[in-house]
Design a protein around this ligand. Structure first.
Ligand SMILES: Nc1ncnc2c1ncn2[C@@H]1O[C@H](COP(=O)(O)OP(=O)(O)OP(=O)(O)O)[C@@H](O)[C@H]1O
Ligand SMILES: [Mg+2]
Length: 264
């Protein structure tokens, strides 16, 4: 549904955040965008969402060049969602229920449909007990879940998750993994995930793009990319634990820690 062709993005202060980047989001169902701080991941997502407009190059949406008129962008919003890196950029309303319902109200869904979607999104993200809680009392991890619920409720086909696990503890990270797996496996969504957490990306994603200082260094199937130490080094990324176990302990390549330790 979305592709980027030779996109360069230059901020007003002349920072070249993306340089000649081409990405095809039909290559996988769970696409990982990896790169160190400042590599250009968030800028890339905002270009795909039509929130920033490439300085050079093109975005293709549904086989056409993306136009920035109201109708095209509103169609894009219906089909493509984002969970921002910073939950405070996403949460506007005073209580959790209203916040999740906000975008649905804007799209003029009826009250019954809104209630159904908000409750289902709260259930999926494990935040039913926060329903009437004022947003400003929530912890960072709870806010992150509320921002995910707000996007899940929109039921878009393609969803970008910018650093979904940053700042979260073990059980919140596991919860996010379950939510993302459920979206792709049971609801047939495509997800695009950025992260510095290579273990998370290795387990979650089926196709990877490596971004370094605004340039795509390489792309390919997850294991193929993570076996290339020289690419990881150049992009200042850590080898995932399961790749280390394979290379240095001669274990087969496992996709999850559970498989390695034979835990059901
Ligand atoms: N509004 C802005 N004006 C000028 N430069 C910016 C702006 N936003 C981002 N940049 C610069 O663009 C580059 C890419 O930033 P971006 O936030 O896309 O990286 P990132 O990969 O998402 O980093 P992180 O992992 O820290 O979230 C950085 O050099 C950053 O300083
Ligand atoms: Mg970022």
């Amino acid at each position: 549904m979305l592709k980027m062709e030779n996109v360069t993005y230059i901020y007003e202060d002349k920072t070249v955040a993306l340089h000649n980047v081409s990405i095809d989001l039909s290559k996988g169902k769970k696409i990982g965008i990896v790169g160190s701080n400042g590599a250009g991941k968030s800028t890339l997502f905002m270009n795909f969402l039509g929130l920033l407009k490439p300085t050079k190059g093109k975005i293709h949406y549904k086989e056409n060049e993306l136009k920035y008129d109201k109708n095209t962008l509103s169609d894009l919003r219906k089909n493509v969602g984002i969970v921002f890196q910073d939950p405070d950029k996403q949460i506007f309303f005073s209580n959790v229920y209203d916040d999740i319902a906000f975008a649905l109200k804007n799209l003029k869904y009826n009250d019954e449909e809104i209630k159904k979607r908000v409750e289902s999104a709260m259930f999926k993200t494990n935040i039913c007990d926060l329903k009437n809680k004022p947003v400003h009392f929530l912890s960072y991890g709870q806010k992150k879940n509320v921002s995910i619920a707000g996007t899940v409720a929109m039921d878009q086909k393609l969803i970008f998750f910018d650093e979904p696990t940053a700042g979260l503890d073990y059980s919140s990270r596991e919860n996010i993994k379950n939510i993302l797996n459920d979206l792709t496996e049971n609801e047939n969504k495509t997800i695009v995930v950025s992260s510095h957490d290579m273990n998370f990306i290795y387990e979650m994603c089926d196709y990877i793009y490596v971004l370094n200082k605004g340039n795509i260094l390489d792309d390919g199937e997850t294991q193929e990319i993570f076996l290339k130490k020289e690419i990881l080094d150049e992009a200042s990324l850590e080898e995932p634990f399961l790749i280390k176990a394979h290379k240095y302990l001669n274990k087969p390549i496992y996709k999850t820690e559970r498989e390695l330790f034979n835990i059901n």
